[in-house]
Ligand binder design. Structure first.
Ligand code: DAT
Ligand code: MG
Length: 148
């Protein structure tokens, strides 16, 4: 089953949005595999956002993601990577539709509430950056019979 890395960014944690965000993915029918509230080190932030290191906003991005605790999560389900991206909404909240997380809660691109992996390769890479194998749980949920 496909897995993705999702992270409530420091603005989402400070704004008490962890519960709402977790609830959306739960209600959708995805399964939580691992989660933790954590501080991100500068080195981890730079590794996570390595693809953006030449972009002018890279420094701000690293400063922001290390500015307070994040809520790191791994979710599992059919097409969870692409579906979670749709549920997050466009990168810039001004373009994100109502009903999406960024559309409902965000205003500016620099504080857009949530991160989500954008491909199977980035999901595998990002899960590996933030979680040890033993922090992820394999369990069956009877509710899955009513989802699949
Ligand atoms: P996403 O988070 O939707 O995958 P991304 O990978 O292109 O978007 O960029 C990573 C983060 O960098 C994004 O969530 C917010 C920030 N960012 C992107 N474009 C930006 C810009 N033009 N100015 C400031 N921050 C930006
Ligand atoms: Mg991205």
């Amino acid at each position: 089953m496909e897995r993705t890395y999702l992270m409530v960014k420091p603005d989402g944690v400070q704004r008490n949005l962890i519960g709402d965000i977790v609830s959306r993915f739960e209600k959708k029918g995805f399964q939580l595999v691992g989660a933790k509230l954590m501080n991100v080190s500068k080195a981890t932030a730079e590794e996570h956002y390595a693809e953006h290191k030449e972009r002018p906003f890279f420094g701000e991005l690293v400063d922001f993601i290390t500015s307070g605790p994040v809520f790191a999560m791994v979710w599992q389900g059919e097409n969870v990577i692409a579906t979670a991206r749709q549920m997050m909404g466009a990168t810039n909240p001004k373009d994100a539709l109502p009903g999406t997380i960024r559309g409902d809660f965000g205003v500016t691109v620099g504080k857009n509430i949530i991160h989500g992996s954008d491909s199977p390769e980035s999901a595998q890479r990002e899960i590996g950056i933030f979680f040890k194998e033993e922090e992820l749980t394999e369990y069956s949920k009877s509710m899955n019979d009513w989802i699949y």
